[in-house]
Ligand binder design. Structure first.
Ligand code: GLA
Length: 733
């Protein structure tokens, strides 16, 4: 397992438990070629795979058709301009106007561990649990060094890839595209799977057959976006949850991205991922370095479940950090849907008192506590407490909340400024905008130019002051509009193509700084609901607000799409009011609790308006969260039935890593008069262990439950749910 180099054949071998990746170096030119990625094979010499129905130009003689060759050869990091007409990963312009580049092998290094990516979120590991290959390539005429980096992790079918580009020449060059990863593979009649969406409807699964030409997804919003998540997978046409091959890519970045598949005329398949080249142009002066963000490659030969398990385990162990990495997350009450902007200390405390009595652990004060903010038209940037609403400030409120035995958290939107704010009046140039045009508002706000150090200093001083002003244990960091009319007052005209990426680096720097100064803080990222639910954010916040759609039935689909890639432990999931503020649907309190139980559990409604019966249900819901929360957080997730597919019911489960407990969440969305009730087949149990079902009291072996299945309980009515637990019997195997 790991990484080695076959000196004789000049082949790099990357092996994970179930996958192999082979990289070659062509004898004649020294091109870095892609030879194989797929199911684990013992062989290193898979060179024959290079010649997929075409011949090396040498056989044509000196006058042969070199273009036939370069446009077909499978490459690890294709460049542009020299006859490979497929999508390039690297595109360069020189001062003399040249737009061509070509990379040749120079040397390589294999080391234990994984170097940090400066200023960027990335997976990490120790010398014991991961190793890294760096292949150094060179473009001699440009004097450019390009380092392709590959890391593999103990026990995981994942490879982390990124690229470092160093300008060792004397002339200035411009990178017009610098993607992070490429996979050139034979066409296997695959389907393409992506996660698309919109506000309050994030991460819907979209599967379609791959065809000729380019097809893909991306974001130019300046954030990873509601519309497309930075995830793309190729899967067998026949692959299912449990069977078939899946090749997935996920981008550890929160800004503009491109994920594209291209099938060429020769049916060669190229899959690329990286920063979106539109709006990107990075000037690299002599001796300067550009580091791309990281792309995670996951291979599964056991369908989508295998892919999901790898992403979840990788992210829980090698991406999520901080005090809450391995800790249960507190149950919370958030006042947003309870009060919106209309609150005062008394109102908040009335909710907090009911919450404390019910056993909720954390009170979160959402938007509206600062400046003159009584609606969303004002005051972003003026992070001083509105003492009319909250006399005594955050300190007094926090003290009162703590006196009730709860922790205290707040909402912040540090990346933004309202035109109606003291900050904007003093520094209009702090906002990203083209001074020759009218500012483009969204939610009556502008985006601060975090590519600028002075703006970051100003923003950080405000964050620091707020977090030091009271005992604050949690921050919901929001970001409520995309970037548009993007121009920085601090960069010259020929460097404006750097603003989007510099902005993201600025956001990352701020979050890193905040977590360094306040290491015990629990950070939850949020962006207009789930617009920035991506691995980049997970590096800073162990949990992310999944969606502004808090309605339990819509949430089934949203959480299913999210959990395809991201751990359940990262999904903020709250019980909200009925009729739902998003879609007016009315669902039972118990079902809302059940749907939220799978994620970071909380409430987002006015507890003082609940009926006694509903209030009476809260302690039971919290008990379920405390009893089973760890299994959802740390266990293996299985999708047993999908409401998105069957239109009637939804079943998921989480199985503890030691296979002693399986928690199954069943939601009957629509009640149907059927002759036979559906049977579900649990997964991930130990075949020979005996398990007792808490629902029916029945005892069966793991094999019995998994292969004979569980008929779903009959319930009369729509939107009903059940928690079914299979518990291993003591002293039995
Ligand atoms: C965004 C968030 C919400 C809430 C509001 C406050 O829309 O997604 O949860 O915090 O902002 O303005």
């Amino acid at each position: 397992m790991g990484i080695c180099f076959d000196e004789k054949e000049k082949i790099f071998c990357l092996d994970t438990p179930h996958s192999s990746y082979r990289i070659g170096i062509t004898d004649e030119e020294g091109f870095i070629t892609h030879l194989y990625y797929g199911r684990r094979v013992p062989d290193s010499n898979v060179k024959q795979l290079l010649w997929r129905g075409f011949e090396h130009p040498a056989v044509y003689g000196k006058t042969g058709d070199q273009l036939q060759y370069v446009t077909r050869i499978p490459l690890e990091y294709p460049t542009g301009g020299l006859g490979d007409f497929r999508m390039p990963c690297l595109a360069i312009e020189t001062e003399s106007g040249s737009r061509t580049s070509q990379l040749y092998y120079r040397t390589h290094r294999i080391c234990s561990g994984k170097p940090k990516l400066c200023g960027l979120p990335a997976t990490f590991g120790t010398e014991q649990d991961c190793s890294t290959l760096e292949i150094e390539c060179v473009d001699t005429s440009l004097q450019l060094t390009v380092i392709l980096s590959y890391s593999v992790f103990e026990g995981l079918d994942a490879i982390a890839r990124s690229v470092r580009i160093e300008n060792n020449g004397t002339q200035r060059i411009r990178l017009t595209s610098a993607l992070s990863a490429c996979l050139d593979m034979p066409n296997k009649n695959s389907d393409l799977l992506t996660l698309h969406g919109s506000w309050a409807y994030e991460r819907m699964q979209c599967r379609r057959p791959l065809t000729w030409g380019k097809q893909g997804i991306g974001s130019r919003y300046g954030v990873s976006s509601h519309e497309e998540n930075p995830f793309i997978a190729l899967m067998d046409h026949t692959a299912t949850q449990t069977q078939g091959e899946v090749y997935a890519m996920n981008f550890v970045y929160s800004g503009n991205f491109l994920a594209e598949a291209e099938m060429s005329q020769q049916e060669q398949l190229r899959l690329v991922m990286g920063i979106h080249p539109d709006g990107f142009c990075w000037t690299l002066d002599s001796c300067e370095v550009f580091q791309t963000p990281e792309t995670i490659l996951v291979y599964s030969c056991s369908g989508l479940s295998g892919m999901t398990h790898t992403f979840h385990d990788l992210y829980r162990k090698h991406l999520i950090r901080g005090a809450f990495k391995d800790r249960p997350r507190p149950s919370l009450i958030n006042n947003w849907e309870a009060t919106y902007f209309d609150f005062d200390t008394e109102k908040l405390l009335s909710i907090a008192k009911t919450a404390a009595k019910s056993g909720i652990e954390l009170f979160v004060l959402d938007d509206g506590w600062f400046g003159k903010r009584d609606d969303d038209t004002t005051s972003l940037g003026d992070w001083t407490v509105n003492e009319t609403k909250l006399p005594g400030g955050l300190k007094r409120l926090s003290d009162e909340i703590h006196a009730l035995g709860m922790k205290f958290g707040i909402w912040l939107e540090p990346e933004m400024v309202s035109p109606d704010s003291d900050l904007y009046r003093a520094h209009p140039d702090y906002a990203l905008q083209n001074p020759e045009r009218e500012p483009i508002l969204s939610r009556t706000q502008l985006v601060l130019d975090l590519s600028r150090k002075d703006v970051r200093e100003c923003v950080y001083a405000m964050i620091h002051a707020v977090l030091s002003s009271a005992k604050i244990e949690y921050v919901k960091w929001d970001m409520n509009r995309p970037l548009a009319n993007v121009q920085s007052a601090a960069l010259p005209s020929d460097r404006q193509g750097e603003v989007y990426h510099r902005y993201m680096l600025g956001v990352y720097e701020l979050q890193e700084r905040m977590l360094t100064d306040f290491p015990d803080l629990l950070l939850e990222n949020c962006s207009s609901g789930g617009r920035r639910f991506d691995p980049g954010m997970l590096y800073y916040s162990p949990q992310i607000w999944t969606s502004d759609n808090t309605e339990a039935i819509d949430r089934l689909k949203i959480q299913e799409g999210t959990a395809l890639v991201y751990p359940l432990s990262s999904m903020g999931a709250h019980v909200a009011a009925c009729p739902s503020h998003t879609n007016s649907r009315v669902t039972p309190f118990a079902t809302r609790g059940l749907v939220s139980l799978c994620g970071c559990f909380g409430y987002e409604l006015d507890l003082t308006k609940l009926t006694d019966a509903e209030i009476g249900e809260i302690p039971g819901q919290l008990e379920a969260y405390h009893t089973y929360g760890d299994i959802f957080r740390t266990g293996d997730y299985y999708r047993l039935a999908s409401f998105s597919e069957n239109g009637e019911y939804d079943v998921l489960s989480a199985v503890s890593k030691n296979k002693r407990t399986a928690v199954i969440v069943y939601v009957q969305v629509l009640s149907q008069q059927k002759r036979a009730v559906p049977v579900i087949y649990p997964q991930g149990l130990d075949e020979t262990t005996m398990y007792r079902c808490t629902e029916s009291g029945e005892i069966l072996s793991g094999a019995g439950w998994m292969y004979a299945g569980i008929p779903l309980p009959v319930m009369k009515g729509d939107y009903l749910g059940k928690l079914i637990v299979l518990e291993a019997m003591e002293d039995q195997k």
